[in-house]
Write a new protein. Sequence first.
Length: 490
Amino acid sequence: MVARLTSARAARTRKGEPWVYVTSGALALMLALLLGVILLLLVKGLGFFWPGELVQVVTRDGRTILGQEWHAEDVPASAGAAGEPRTRTQYRVGNRREFGADFVWVDDDAIVSRETPRDALFVERLTDTPTIGTLKETRRDGALVAAGAAGAAYEVYLRLADEARHERSGAGAPLLDEASCTVVFTLSDGQEVEIPLAAVVRTVRPNDIGLFDKTRVYAARLWEFLAAPPRESNTAGGILPALLGTVLMVLLMTLAVVPLGVVGALYLNEYARQGPLVRLVRLAVSNLAGVPSIVFGMFGLAFFIHVVGDGIDRVFFPGREAATFGTGGLLWAALTLALLTVPVVIVSTEEALRATPRAQREGSLALGSTRWQMLRSIVLPSALPGILTGMILAVARGAGEVAPLMLTGVMKLAPSPLIDGTPPFFHLERKFMHLGFHIYDVGFQSPNVEASKPMVYATALLLLVLVVILNLSAILYRNRVRRRLQGALF
């Protein structure tokens, strides 16, 4: 019996059945990790835009705190009595200029009362952190217009704030310090703060609105995130310049890397005499894929900017004091990433060229075609799905690279848009913003790290979605080409 079981186990081992379970388990683990990352980005990123309720708590020492419950954790053992687990909650109180910090920690056992006041306001501002408090009065040219937080006074405030917002967005808008209308808020500690109404971006009374109104606020914040420029050191507002810069850079990189990679693969596979030199070149191309990206950034800085760019400035812009092409910009960043990803395109294209049936090549040549006609009409169309595969891999790698961009043109906040009404309308020489660098800047260089965490998650989710969209578009086109080629064979 034992011998029979042993032989059966040995037979299953020879068939490789144990490895089936190992590989399937590894695949399940990787899928679980991937889904976990996506779920984390969805919850942390998209949940940030939902208007959470404002909570007012009073502590034993008499402090009154009004804000959003942000995070809860256990108090470290050294900070509490032995054997008595304690928790504390972090509140986002805003008003950084008045309080000195946006967030405060409060021990839960120190709270004596907790309520959600219906008149509490969350006011998003242009040039500062949110104001969280209650409405006291609205003024025009120093004169009182409405006082209190009751319905009529609140409606007057909303109407004047809407007028000021339209005035701010119009031509010849006055400076914030010159705004005629101001509003006074009472903070949780009794302080009063007066701000110009033109600086108010959005006012939300989260404890006094229903699900439909909260959904409208959520949609407005999400649209602002996608379609507005950043503000408050990139920790608020939108990321439209970074999104546009990323898309344009990827498109330029693709336009540069695909022709370069295809031409290189054509020469190596179709024209070059096979020998030690060609094998050495292929080895060098394969090794380029493993070179750290920062090295490509240094090459782009040294060659594209200081050699090519300075040369263009000397020839075409000799009278300008400031450099035009001799400094970092979108064009040089795209070309640097094209060099970074060209090995992937070359290898994929060569594999696709080798997969073209020999009979098709010989049949074309037998009918009198030249080598170039055969390559153009038979080989390249047949290899197009493989070329698109290389392009997909290049886009997937290039879209998320940050290190080379830091040396070749990316900025925290671009001074000028890439596309505007000034000829030539599309400015390749200008510096730009990028989603990957935006994540690095907001997550690690922000003066308000805690408040910027949700923006990091939301931007990372958007970058992931952008790469998926670009790759999915290329995959759908590749499948369409593949079906067309398969249909042409019958």
